[in-house]
Design a protein around this ligand. Sequence first.
Ligand SMILES: Cc1cc2nc3c(=O)[nH]c(=O)nc-3n(C[C@H](O)[C@H](O)[C@H](O)COP(=O)(O)OP(=O)(O)OC[C@H]3O[C@@H](n4cnc5c(N)ncnc54)[C@H](O)[C@@H]3O)c2cc1C
Length: 518
Amino acid sequence: MQDDYDAIVIGSGLGGLTAGALFAHAGHRVLVLEQNQSFGGAATTYHRGAMTIEASLHETTDPRRTADPKGEIFQALDLYQDIEFVPVGDFYEVRCPLIGAPLTIPHGLASLRDRLIERFPDETDSIHRFLKHVRSIQSALQFFIEKHDGLWWLAHGAELPFRLWPVLRDMRSSVSTVLQRYFGDNEAIKFALAPNLLYYSDDPDQMWWLFYAVAQGGFFHGGGSYIKGGSQVLSNQLVDRIRVEGGEALAEQTVSEILLGDRGEVSGVKYRPRWGGDEKTSHASVVFANASPHALENMLPPAERDRFMAPYRDKPLSISLFSISLGLIKRPSELGIYAYSTHLIPKWMEQLRDFKHCAEILADKPSGRLPMLAVVDYSRIDTGLIDGELFPVSIVGVDRLTNWEGLSDGDYQAKKGAWLDAVIDRLDEEWPGFADAVVQKDMATARTMRDYLNTPDGVLYGFAPNVPQRSLLSGPPTTPKTSIQGLWLASAYAGAGGFSGAMGSGGAAAKAALRECR
Ligand SMILES: Cc1cc2nc3c(=O)[nH]c(=O)nc-3n(C[C@H](O)[C@H](O)[C@H](O)COP(=O)(O)OP(=O)(O)OC[C@H]3O[C@@H](n4cnc5c(N)ncnc54)[C@H](O)[C@@H]3O)c2cc1C
């Protein structure tokens, strides 16, 4: 049978678009099928009146400033000419009763060290040792990411055990274990170092230390950046790269079936317009799956499902977030918000591990206790989002689908409204006058994420970045390969979540498929 395309991509999140763009760049004809009206999955923006609302991105790393899987992809696709990374300035401000006065965490390891020592002088020695440990893991990673020839390895091979030791030593450690090792029961400094844990996980007892050291260490080192114009700019540029090479990207097309050939290899997909219409079939010998494995399971023939799901079924899923988007008539700095990113730790959180109780608070209507909140003031830097008279502010917190499942539409809207108001009241306590400045408000929950992205339980970061229980293979999957020949995962589920993780997974999927095509 004649293939219609060289590859089909199911879903247009960053992982899928990256795989599609790299495959197209290598000279192949690619078809992207996306169920939603716009491309990008979570990496999208939308409009409310004159306001452009960012659906996801608070910050990501600029690959030119720190080791990052996006770097190779940006270079290969020549994306630097169209994507501008705007530095967010200080990494974050943390407001936490245990710490005392608000603490601003700068980027750059030396500045971070000085700031921490200034606030926690009794921990001077531990701060030095802790940051040295983070740096050594970063440099071990660099050692492996950089391409070296045989001669280089001959000259540097003997360093390998020393370079690897910090990694090997903590191969099975959690974030809690390592923070406890350096700082004992000083929970204040733990909150200073990880108030933004919710972008990765809500359980420091389970979260893999090496993941934290690489991801958070990258931000400590190079700082955070926003993509000027919003995450949609990046998604659109990736779609352009596919179209320029003769590929197609179709919105509002839901894939319902993955077709297999006689030898069990992938041969195409069936899809239909989201709002009704005739089913279509397109053929290709490569399919990049940006949809979650749980969504793919139902697209496969029943006889293939168990084998396909075997590597994924028992892996714990990552977290979901609720996301509140506000439009203010006043610049947040006039109300006393001085950082791009502020983390508000509530009084009831007395230990870092209390993070794991944040999501359950939203199971009921608000009754005084609030979860930890991350607040982003997009007008603090030149985000390119301010095109009207309103100043956009985003607030996120950990959420679970169980908080919203089973409610009637009326009850769901009422509960959402109550939480929206409770969060605004909390921000008004912190920054008096805040509530009066809000003229537009919107809240997305784990249920919104499930419905929009078609992810199990509305999770946003693929599998949980937990400590591998038995061996490295028992941790989150690190390969795009599936049990079906020609079907590659290209999403947060094939490695790590977040912008860097999803793009890195898409890059790995494209590389693997290209190798197999040769
Ligand atoms: C509120 C919020 C804040 C965040 N903040 C940050 C941050 O500051 N920094 C950061 O790095 N990351 C952040 N993230 C996480 C990051 O956005 C995600 O981890 C990443 O974008 C996931 O990409 P993905 O490729 O796995 O796919 P997804 O974005 O999950 O996209 C999957 C796509 O597949 C499509 N799809 C599913 N099923 C089908 C089907 N049957 N047919 C057709 N299409 C289908 C979906 O519609 C969707 O477009 C945030 C996310 C959210 C929601």
